[in-house]
Every structure is written in C-alpha cells, then in structure tokens.
Write a protein that binds this ligand. Sequence first.
Ligand SMILES: Cc1cc2nc3c(=O)[nH]c(=O)nc-3n(C[C@H](O)[C@H](O)[C@H](O)COP(=O)(O)O)c2cc1C
Length: 187
Amino acid sequence: MPKIEINPGIAPFPKPIVLVGAMVNNRPNFNTIAWFNRLNGRPNIWGVAMGKKKYTLEGIRQSRKFSINFPTVDIVDRVDFCGIYSGREVDKSETFDVFFGELGDVPMVKECPVTAECSVYEIVELPSTSLLLGEVKHAYVDEHIITDGTPDLRKINPFVFVRPGDQYWALGKSVGNAWSIGKTLKE
Ligand SMILES: Cc1cc2nc3c(=O)[nH]c(=O)nc-3n(C[C@H](O)[C@H](O)[C@H](O)COP(=O)(O)O)c2cc1C
C-alpha cells in the first residue's frame, strides 16, 4: 500500500476530550482540551497542553490546582461551547452544575461521570503551550456507572475528537481485550 506524506498537524487521532476546570478570579471556568494524556503511574501524573493565553491557565498558575472532567455525548454541545468561547469574554461558570472535592477550591463538572482533581507537579513551557503536569490527588465517579467495582464504559457513552474534519464521534464496539488478544500471535 503506497504511503503519502500529509500535514503532521493531524496526529494523533482520534483523541478523547476533557474539560479542564479551575477557579479564575473567584469563578469556576472550564477549558475544552484535546491535548492531554496520562504520563506517569506512581505518582499518577496527567499532562495537559494549554495555550499560553487561555483564561483557565491564569487561574491554574495562581491556585496551582485544576480538575480533569471526562464528558459524555449528552453534553457535547456544552463541551464545544467551552472550546469556542474564552472565560475572558463569556462567563462559563454556569455552563455545568459544579461540585467541589477534597482539595476544596477545584471546580468539577457534575454532569461528567468521571472527574479528578490535580495539584500542579510542574509546568513545562513549550513554544506555544504550557504543558501542565498535574498530580491526581482524588478521582470521583458516579455510582451508577460502576460494574463489579470498576467504571464501566458501556454505562458512560463518551466521545472522541477527530481531526481532520474536526468532528466529535461516539465510540463503537470493543474489538479485543488488551494484554490478551496479542497473545494469540505468540505461536
Ligand atoms: C475540540 C477542541 C479541542 C481543543 N483543544 C485544546 C487544547 O488541547 N489546548 C488548548 O489550550 N485549547 C484547546 N482548545 C481551545 C480552547 O478550548 C479555547 O480556546 C477556549 O475558549 C479556552 O477557554 P479559556 O480561555 O476560558 O480557558 C480546544 C477547543 C476545541 C473546540
């Protein structure tokens, strides 16, 4: 199969989307983020690449805390809203029902079945983004998404972001068990 070169700006795709929350000037604010990932196991560190001018970043620099919220299909319009408008121009504090956890002043989204609150471990300054390394201090899930003690994807209905095309896609079906299906190739 021939390969052709394309604009590397597309990769990686598809990406889960998260809402990153922080208090900014005493109000909850949420930023829609595609550039995030889990980066370390112990301690549990997640990375978020945030544009240097984002309003949410101002709050995070001050409080040194932020939340990560995993949205579902039912709130995709509100997630997009938070990715279009900056808290600098639009008050996003009432876009979602907000709750607070153990860290006290880290706003989390009630409508998201999985959320976590982080303290800043380090901020790495890249040319156009600040890479926030957040140590996850506490994570929360809705009771109703639990099956046999763990979060159950079939009860969540998450979505991913796809570029090129800039669309949100729901997930399809499972195609194999990790650390398992590959073993069939050993012989
Ligand atoms: C699908 C999507 C993904 C985005 N991913 C990122 C991202 O990874 N990092 C980032 O800084 N901004 C990202 N943005 C843009 C911000 O969400 C947007 O600039 C937002 O208005 C910033 O809000 P704030 O200024 O209130 O913090 C994304 C927007 C959308 C719609």
